[in-house]
Design a protein around this ligand. Sequence first.
Ligand code: PRX
Length: 658
Amino acid sequence: MSDETLESVLSEQRIFPVPDSFAGRARISGMEQYREMVRRAEADYEGFWAEQARAELDWETPFSEVLDESRPPFYRWFADGRLNVSYNCLDRHIEAGAGDRPAIRWEGEPGDTRTLTYRELRDEAARLGNALKSYGVAKGDRVVIYMPMVPEAVVAMQACARIGATHSVVFGGFSAEALKDRIEDAEAKVVISADGGIRGGKTIDLKANVDRALGEGCPTVERVVVLQRAENPIDWVAGRDIWLREIMAEESADCPPEPVEAEHPLYILYTSGSTGKPKGVVHSSAGYLLGAIVSMKWVFDIRPEEDVFWCTADVGWVTGHTYIAYGPTAVGATQVMYEGAPTVPQPDRLWAIAERTGTTVFYTAPTAIRALMKQGEEWPAKHDLSALRLLGTVGEPINPEAWMWYYRVIGGERCPIVDTWWQTETVAHMIAPLPGATPLKPGSCTLPLPGIQADVVDEQGDSVPPGSGEGGLLVVRRPWPFMLRTVWGNEQRFIDTYWSYFPDQYLYLSEDQASRDDDGYFWILGRMDDVINVSGHRLGTMEIESALVSHPEVAEAAVVGRPDDVKGTAVYAFVILRAGREGYDLDELRRHLREHVTGEIGSFAKPEEIRFAEGLPKTRSGKIMRRLLRSIACGEEITQDTSTLEDEEVVRQLQGRA
Ligand code: PRX
């Protein structure tokens, strides 16, 4: 991190106290209550989490063991207990008399709407669960879900949870190639998809991508379940493909939830790192769900009978798992779900939906806030947003300017903002304000949740004290119930990535850098690895480089992130052509390479800029000097020492074309 970043975040002085009106009704009210919970968790760590797990989850077989640390870092929680996640998300609310409460209030981009009550959601999950069983999907088998933002995506996830199948949702923006890699790595038996998704007035050909992926590999897949969503013409493979609606009509809604061990893998979710292919992060059943529930209650302060919760993430990312499919349902809340672009047909689409549905708690990404901020205040001003009582953000640091706009224009200076720090690996909030307790500072995710021992450490693993003005590595000192359990099919990679940085100590390495101010508030400074955050999507620069290099004209590529007002980071690629630049129409080639990356990964990964270079700056040992490339991409003055470069001329050439 640069000293400048550190200085600018630590100079933010504004403090927003908890409004009395909010604190008065909050589940956790006042810092004293927060501190008391933290103290309890510190005094009896296992007892604290055991108490939560008994209070918040319905167990088929109660657990007697809490934390099993016998084989670190493969920690196990509540391991001799058994439960079913779908029962906890659906049936228990119906049994408690809330079967007619809306679970999902969905709206599609063309304006179509659908509401599913808890009973309807349970019945659909049960029907699909029965169908999956009839195709031979048994407990522990993998099902890949590649769907648009429709309620059926949640139905599919809940159906898997119901029968103990392990799902892996692949974001609908991923290409056929990326889908194939994930299906093959997970060895899925069934793929659940749709004839298309709708976004920005376009139809996304999901089924065509499934056909392409299966045409090129994926020998384990036996069935493809297809939702008809977009009236999109598709190819049909008889004997393999089946319409979801036919299943709903034919199967019985009687599908008893299958109790599974607490540690049973509920899902695999692929995410990027600095090396290798995306890794399949594996999550447990009981510990996972506990994280989803406590964060819904502590951080979103949710009251299921009154609140209307809306998380704008896609179900293909972790935020859509925890704060659409599992968290809101596990607490029995009503949620809004929207398929489509936030600016279609007009830039007030989100505010119109929030008004119409009476949304009370709204959760989105800083990139979306910045994009909507650019559209002007007149759009939210058209709508009555007075039902909102709490706002949230996730995915990247929020710049104070966007924070203030969100606070003032959307929240009417009345709603606290919970800036939540967490990751695919931590799977639920880790550092975040408790809105009835924590005074806010724009740009800080504030303090760890009770029971989460987050710390900032130096290279040796020693704490960097709050208020020292120094940054360090963000780690978690103790295993927590909802942490990732392993990397699918690759235990060594799990150990190497997260647990090997500090020899002889098991500290979970988040790969983020952070600093703490005098009040102990955390300020996230950015990633320590080569992962970039493009419009809230996590991407490894190496993945994009591999995609570029797989093009026949490309000899070598280096990708860096360049700060962008809206996206947070934009992809900037340096490309060396096999035959040199002469004789090419370079604009044409740029277009072509962007399409190529779209085909290999997805359009969200395509480079904003491509610079054709003669060479890349490398050290004598052959390492690409990325920091130098970043400076060039940003048009900054080069301050790095270039004397260790193999060929200093390369830098002059790159700068000449800056
Ligand atoms: O760098 C941090 C950033 O997003 C990374 C995790 O990305 P992903 O696994 O895709 O999960 C995103 C949704 C949880 C983190 O390592 N990040 C996430 N939330 C914040 C954040 N950076 C700063 N502030 C946040 N609130």
